[in-house]
Write a protein that binds this ligand. Structure first.
Ligand code: HGY
Ligand code: MN
Ligand code: MN
Ligand code: MN
Length: 413
């Protein structure tokens, strides 16, 4: 096969957009979003559609023991480690059409476009689907790419349980994606993930491509407050042991702690018991998500939060148990991969800028075992993890074209 100039290998933006829209019908919501929670039957349907499309594109399919899918397009020299791309198909409960799905469909479009052009790369290519990236049903996030990257053990991942006590391993079996392949432990030439930015910067700066240099660090907590249930009418205000007050005060403190430059803090889940309007809550469960691009700041945020929680507990006669369930350090991406994305954007004449990812991505864990880079495209008003998540068709296509350029150049290097 001729080694055409890579820039002639054009992707088909309409086909990419149509595939995204068809995929979005699986778990589609009335508001135009997608709810396709990890390891549910809807997740299975999305996976099955991806596998069917990849087989139609001539790929070989492999599934590993945590359900990661790898669609492989052979190259001229299949002894070489594959150049990989991909992302996730699971969504948030109020998810959108693009978070994760874009990176998977963009990878498939690269394969389809190379097939159109009859172009064969030197090294093989692989498009991956990483299980449970979102972490909303099974915490922590990026569980399966974490096993691939050697951060979590296989048993740790399979034993994660959802709020109903179903384990990751059981749910994986239920959808038939408990694959036979070992997880990771094989050479990967490079990994590139295309993703919407999920924030407002690219749109505000009017840039089409985000050259992602790193991802910020994260700390996830589960916090239990224990006070004492008592009568709402007869219990004087003084001396109440109100667990919900403790949680509320910490939420306000966490907000202040996250308000520092580049800081982020979010309380996404709170459950108070006994859920009776005339009983003072005695038990409260809450989550806390801290983020910062600087690890020392993230550590300071942790210490400030713990001190605030201890102070609130002693002032209000409460017990507080803080469990950090996940720590993810700020992750720089591979300089060569970052430069390849920047050069491809430059060559394509696309307005671009360097950017640090506010979100975690599977690429952050694959980066532990392979040279890794990410390509961001803008999303409308920077909104994501929301059913109104939207993106421009041209931007989606442009990011995919950069992905093709970066992957093919690396595969032929
Ligand atoms: O939370 C995140 O950063 C990603 O959506 N898992
Ligand atoms: Mn994502
Ligand atoms: Mn997400
Ligand atoms: Mn430049």
């Amino acid at each position: 096969m001729s080694k055409q100039d890579v820039s002639n290998l054009k992707i088909n933006g309409d086909r990419l957009w149509d595939s995204l829209m068809e995929l979005a019908t699986i778990g589609g919501t009335e508001k135009g979003g997608v709810c396709r929670i990890a390891l549910t039957d809807l997740d299975r349907q999305g996976r099955d559609l991806f596998v069917r499309w990849c087989k139609e594109a001539g790929c070989e399919i492999r599934v590993d023991k945590v359900g990661n899918i790898f669609a492989r397009r052979p190259g001229r020299d299949n002894t070489k480690p594959p150049i990989m791309t991909g992302s996730h198909l699971d969504t948030q409960p109020t998810g959108g059409k693009f978070d994760g799905c874009y990176g998977v469909m963009a990878g498939l479009e690269v394969i389809r476009a190379l097939n159109d052009h009859g172009y064969e790369t030197e090294a093989p290519l692989e498009v991956s689907v990483w299980t449970n990236e979102e972490g909303c049903r099974f915490a922590p996030a990026m569980t399966a790419s974490g096993v691939f990257g050697g951060v979590f053990t296989l048993d740790y991942a399979l034993s994660r349980t959802d709020p109903d006590g179903v384990t990751f391993g059981e749910a994986l079996k239920q959808i038939g994606y408990d694959g036979p392949e070992a997880v990771g432990g094989r050479p990967v030439g490079a990994f590139f993930e295309a993703h919407i930015e999920q924030g407002p910067i690219l749109e505000r700066e009017d840039r089409t491509i985000g050259v992602v240099t790193a991802a910020q660090g994260q700390r996830w907590y589960e916090i239990q407050w224990t006070g004492m249930e008592s009568h709402a009418g007869t219990t004087p205000m003084e001396g109440r042991r109100d667990a919900l007050l403790g949680a509320a005060l910490l939420i306000a403190e966490a907000r202040k702690i996250g308000a520092r430059p580049n800081g982020r803090s979010t309380v996404g889940v709170i459950e108070s018991k006994p859920q009776s309007r005339n009983t003072i809550p005695g038990r409260v469960f809450m989550t806390l998500d801290f983020r910062h691009p600087d690890d020392a700041e993230l550590t300071r945020m942790d210490a400030e939060m713990r001190a605030a929680a201890a102070r609130i507990a002693s002032e209000h006669g409460l017990e507080v148990k803080i469990e950090q369930i996940w720590y993810f350090p700020p992750t720089p991406f591979d300089a060569k991969c970052v430069a390849a994305v920047r050069a491809a954007a430059e060559k394509a004449g696309l307005p671009h800028m360097d950017i640090v990812s506010g979100a975690g991505h599977d690429a952050c864990y694959v980066a532990k075992v392979a040279p890794t880079g990410m390509i961001f495209v803008p999303c409308k008003d920077g909104i994501s993890h929301n059913e109104i998540e939207d993106a421009r068709k041209d931007d989606i296509a442009a990011g995919c074209q950069i992905l093709l350029q970066a992957m093919v150049e690396r595969a032929n290097a």
